[in-house]
Design a protein around this ligand. Structure first.
Ligand code: ADP
Ligand code: NA
Ligand code: NA
Length: 247
């Protein structure tokens, strides 16, 4: 699968470039682009493609990246279709739903992966006093959910900044969580489930020994992770490079 990170925000895109580096694997590649959704061209989108909507809990498409989706796929008629597909109901921040585009699809896009990041855009999700719970964690969760719910066989997954607009999460926080989730996803089949679990727990700040049994410490050595650094990882201050396996 090709993962395309696209956003109009220059600083966010620069953060992605710094944090992603050259991380393509045999199965996946990553492309980082600055610009509007509509700049993506046929050569960057292989069919079937999906695009992530960092939406609101009711599926309105009136602002942010969702507005770009509405304009791209068919205006207010499309918005009506989209909300019907969501069951015209409340969907919680942190949930995920894959919406087929059916006849609304174009340019290879067949799905929207909807990961609501705000209930409504009237106030931000982010609270500077609780950056972990209202920033790092919800962004990681939205990104991880988008990646693991993408329909099997998807060739291209387009993702904008998550929580970096109306949700109000600072760019450094949003990009750090997005890139950690993506880098972990890219290597997820090359490390053990035990190490994957420890990395997620430590990134999110849940140092919980009962979930850290088994042989992950030895594996850390083999993949170039300093166990002590991993155990005292502080998401606000430490680089994700410190705890990413070198594979
Ligand atoms: P959230 O509610 O999760 O913050 P938004 O849709 O408000 O979601 O913003 C998500 C990201 O979408 C932001 O980083 C913003 O810069 C980006 N964005 C908004 N419109 C476009 C567009 N037309 N093309 C690309 N990126 C866009
Ligand atoms: Na949103
Ligand atoms: Na949005």
């Amino acid at each position: 699968m090709r993962i395309v990170l696209v956003d109009t925000n220059e600083r966010l895109v620069q953060n992605w470039r710094n944090l992603m580096g050259n991380v393509s694997t045999a199965r996946h590649s990553v492309l980082v682009m600055k610009g509007r959704l509509s700049i993506l061209s046929g050569s960057q989108i292989n069919k079937p493609a999906a695009v992530v909507s960092p939406g609101n809990s009711f599926g309105y498409l009136g602002g942010g990246f969702d507005l770009a989706l509405r304009e791209y796929f068919g205006g207010t008629k499309f918005e009506q279709y989209f909300r019907e597909q969501l069951g015209d109901t409340y969907r919680t921040v942190g949930s995920t739903k894959v919406v087929p585009l059916n006849s609304w699809g174009r340019d290879g896009f067949e799905y929207i992966v909807y990961v609501p990041t705000v209930v409504a855009p009237s106030r931000p999700l982010f609270d500077a006093e609780r950056p972990r719970e209202t920033g790092f964690e919800p962004v990681f969760n939205a990104m991880w959910n988008a990646l693991i719910h993408v329909p099997a066989g998807t060739q291209t997954l387009v993702i904008p900044g998550l929580c970096s607009g109306y949700a109000g999460v600072p760019l450094d926080i949003s990009s750090k969580s997005m890139c950690f989730a993506l880098r972990l996803y890219l290597i997820k089949n090359t490390i053990s489930k035990d190490l994957q679990r420890v990395l997620i727990l430590q990134f999110l700040g849940y140092n919980y020994a009962p979930f850290m049994d088994n042989d992950w410490e030895e594996e850390c050595e083999a993949v170039g992770i300093d166990v002590r650094k991993l155990m005292k990882f502080d998401v606000a201050n430490d680089s994700i490079n410190e705890i990413m396996p070198i594979i």
